[in-house]
Design a protein around this ligand. Sequence first.
Ligand SMILES: [Zn+2]
Ligand SMILES: [Zn+2]
Length: 300
Amino acid sequence: MPHVRPDPVLRPARVLSDEARAALREQSDRAPEWRPWLGLLEVALDQADREGWRTADIRFSTTRQVDAPLLEGASIQVDPSTVADAYAALMAAADAAAGPRTDSGADAGPADPLAMLGAGVRQDEAATSHLAGRAGLPAAFVATVSHFCAVPLLLEAARRAERAIPEGWRAGYCPVCGGWPTLAELRGLERRRVLRCGRCAAGWAREVLHCTFCGERDHRRQGALVPEEGGELVRIETCDTCGGYMKALTTLRPTPPWALPLEDLRTLPLELKAVERGFSRPGRPGWSLSVDIVPDKEMP
Ligand SMILES: [Zn+2]
Ligand SMILES: [Zn+2]
């Protein structure tokens, strides 16, 4: 599948639906300390509905290794003004949340939206540090903005790659973008376990009692943490072999893309219990992508 154009018949409804907006507002009221982060998420989802992402030219490589995500080695041409608009909207939201700036270097801002986009798509910590240093901005701030900057393109790439996800994908990381899954869904009445990527929203099946991070299958090495107030809708799966953990949600239907980061946030209290018990998630991406993103007017 070297080159897939979007199919207009299959064009999805809006990413930032009315339901999504309402849920973001509700969460923002319930947890005001997360309002700045939720504001950035809303901007990213809103930007994802722009036409400029639909017309991006995404060429997946035909010479990937079998365990490489679909975006490995991809060439992407994207409308630079769409990228610049997304970047500007995110920076405006981040600035509004941070209040008036006092540091002198901040006025410059990282002026290269395409570099921010690329760093976010690749989860490239060195690149975000470099961009932060150049602009006199905190590295964590730039990493967050670059992540949200990448969301519209990642969602678009995953939509086009949906039918190309290899059957029986074995790796724990996302078959589209190489990120670790945000959560596992135990989906439907049969509780089929589907891992979901919080970056591109791709989903891929994986058996129960099969550790995402190290592949452990011995049930004696795996445990579960459930909320004290009971309820089976959310739990944390833990692995004694690698010390990793994964949040698992019981769902009837696939979680829509906008709800994945929200569920991730809502289940934070339970997640902290896993962290208190010494479990952790890998600090580095599952796969470090190599992907070429250029303005669409520069390619022949
Ligand atoms: Zn992904
Ligand atoms: Zn493990």
